[in-house]
Ligand binder design. Structure first.
Ligand code: ATP
Length: 140
């Protein structure tokens, strides 16, 4: 089975969406292998989103991601990376409400930035991101 990293971002966590999101996760056949609540500081958030460091929205993204605790989860099932991306829906939660009303971002997100959840975008980034949060030795 494949693993992916799911994160409930500060707006999702403080907005009390955690239980509903977890229900959806279990309903769709994911196993939550590990989970951890963590308050990111600027350094960790910047490291996690390093690929976006040159983007205009970077400082706003860091402010958002450090605005409160997040819930980080290792999600496991066949094809977990693609399935979790499908389930969370498009990056822009405002658009998700129109085009993917059943998605998690439609349920709890607000806009292009405040989209309440994260999902790794490939098998490689999933393993890298899992290692980043759970101090595992990265595998393949
Ligand atoms: P994530 O990596 O969090 O799952 P994603 O892969 O859908 O999201 P990315 O393009 O990797 O989206 O962007 C990372 C995060 O940065 C987004 O989830 C969102 O919170 C924020 N973001 C992306 N694009 C913008 C933008 N144009 N303006 C503001 N925030 C943005």
């Amino acid at each position: 089975k494949e693993r992916t990293l799911g994160v409930i971002k500060p707006d999702g966590f403080s907005g009390n969406y955690t239980e509903r999101i977890k229900e959806v996760i279990v309903e769709y056949g994911f196993n939550i292998n590990k989970e951890m609540v963590i308050q990111l500081d600027e350094e960790l958030a910047a490291k996690f989103y390093a690929e976006h460091s040159s983007k205009s929205f970077f400082s706003s993204l860091i402010k958002y991601m450090t605005s409160g605790p997040v819930l980080v989860m290792i999600l496991e099932k066949e094809n977990a990376v693609a399935h979790w991306r499908d389930l969370i829906g498009p990056t822009d939660a405002g658009k998700a409400k129109l085009t993917h009303p059943q998605s998690i971002r439609a349920m709890c997100g607000v806009d292009l930035e405040k989209n309440c959840v994260h999902g790794s975008d490939s098998h490689q980034s999933a393993e890298r991101e899992i290692a980043f949060f759970f101090k595992e030795t990265p595998s393949d």
